[in-house]
Design a protein. Sequence first.
Lengths: 578, 89
Amino acid sequence: FLTFEGELKWDHMDLTYRVMNYSPDLDRAVIDDAFRRAFKVWSDVTPLTFTQIYSGEADIMIMFGSQEHGDGYPFDGKDGLLAHAFPPGSGIQGDAHFDDDEFWTLGTGLEVKTRYGNANGASCHFPFIFEGRSYSRCITEGRTDGMLWCATTASYDADKTYGFCPSELLYTNGGNSDGSPCVFPFIFDGASYDTCTTDGRSDGYRWCATTANFDQDKKYGFCPNRDTAVIGGNSQGDPCVFPFTFLGQSYSACTSQGRQDGKLWCATTSNYDTDKKWGFCPDRGYSIFLVAAHEFGHSLGLDHSSVREALMYPMYSYVQDFQLHEDDVQGIQYLYGRGSGPEPTPPAPLPTEEPQSIPTEAGSASTTEEEEEETPEPTAEPSPVDPSRDACMEKNFDAITEINGELHFFKNGKYWTHSSFWKSGTQGAFSIADTWPGLPAVIDAAFQDVLTKRVFFFAGRQFWVFSGKNAVGPRRIEKLGIGKEAGRITGALQRGRGKVLLFSGEHYWRLDVKVQTVDKGYPRDTDDVFTGVPLDARNVFLYQDKYHFCRDSFYWRMTPRYQVDRVGYIRYDLLQCP
Amino acid sequence: PLHSKPQAVITFPGELLSAPSDVELAENYLLRFGYIQEAEVRRSSKHVSLAKALRRMQKQLGLEETGELDASTLEAMRAPRCGVPDVGG
């Protein structure tokens, strides 16, 4: 880890923060919650506390902006720079800025939080079924008032739970109208507008009047982004218009036509050929939680780390079940010392209020949005054992590998362990899903990285990387640089210096585990080096420093000098069955 | 079905007509994130100073230290990231 030159840090522990404005990409409550969790990442391991204030000067001022946004360090449009923050101190020091030309989500794509309806503010579930049809965006079908809505479960037909989608016809953010919806048409600067506009602003935010005449009443609010709002292009925030015409053809969905980079786009008027108005369609976006947690690390005095898996590593990568890396913990505790650990939080109260219907008066809504409290996980129980599955009765294991010094035998959702160190014999059957959530029942191969202790699993052309129960993946093995000729990985041999040989068919690749790419010059023929072992081995693994190739009920054992020194029975030698 | 006619590729309004070259991308990146200073670029030959700065960046970001503008280094330079410089204040 690194701290800033001069070890800049706060001289008090009870820090305050204030969110100056909000991105139209996400509901305000979702952004607030993401920032709260991002601060909790650091307060969980230090004596620091973070309190949100809503007016005045906070230690950490948070804002969204695009391009030049007032601090002399301009952002750069979509992608590229995502955010930045300043080290601790007064004024702009400690502040965090987020590029609002990015598409902010929770990292897995569009997050549409609903309001009103009967779903308690739940998010849309895409796709959902309504009157037998499937929809992947908010719709007005079934309504006469043109209000956008969605189901918050997979089937409105079955569950009847729904909510209203962000729309300027439902509410506005900020401004001076307490969330009142837009009034169309409205008069601004003498002209009549019947949609949101960026006219009159230099920051590109879309706004509208909340009365019929802005020139007269000066009442306004910012428009929330609809679910089909485009990112970038030349009409950021405007919704796609379907169908639209492009090069004479009609499109009723986003398309990558006309582009070489494959990015999906749409027109924001009905005719791109004449109007030339366009933008990119929503993609996975960037997790505001992960980026905020990183920037708040800077706000607290941490500089960039060179540990790839650390939160303070400068490049973005999405992680599903986030856990603070040891490098980050050491860094922040170097500055602020240890904390007493996370505070116990009560389980989330069950909703008791009745869902609200849509208000008749704009702005008088009272929502029953519940703050989700994270319930602490019970400490892990040892995995339950299924004695009915006896490893000695199994044939053709899906995969065999050594993890933490124990041989693991995988078969159809279950696995057994055998430790040559402990004379306890074979243990199990355990459930793969319990130990490695998200893995398929049938895997092809696995190996444990000697350096990081992470476990790599392969099934078909996909692979997962587990740190404990936390997984990255599935990802396609193309990402490792393995071509289509590898239908499945049959085994792996750890070779030291961060290299692992991956076998498939009669070939093997050498994987650089650190950069997760295969070295140049591979694949190579297995029998060039490993002569005398079956070329159609079902399992290949390293055990007690020797290479094991298994086929049917036999294994061939090879020394590091590539000499086969034993052929034996898996059942009697490796499992030591009676 | 195969497209009946070849796909048209157009330049969308607001998009750069030509993407920066790899070297331009590298120079901007190394300057922006503190791996090289303006004066350094002016003072020594571009190739030498770039190679040194590239090696420093590759080491900092855990890439293979080649000092060359190889594929993984270019990919790293195009990756979305934090705007705080990696070196210096």
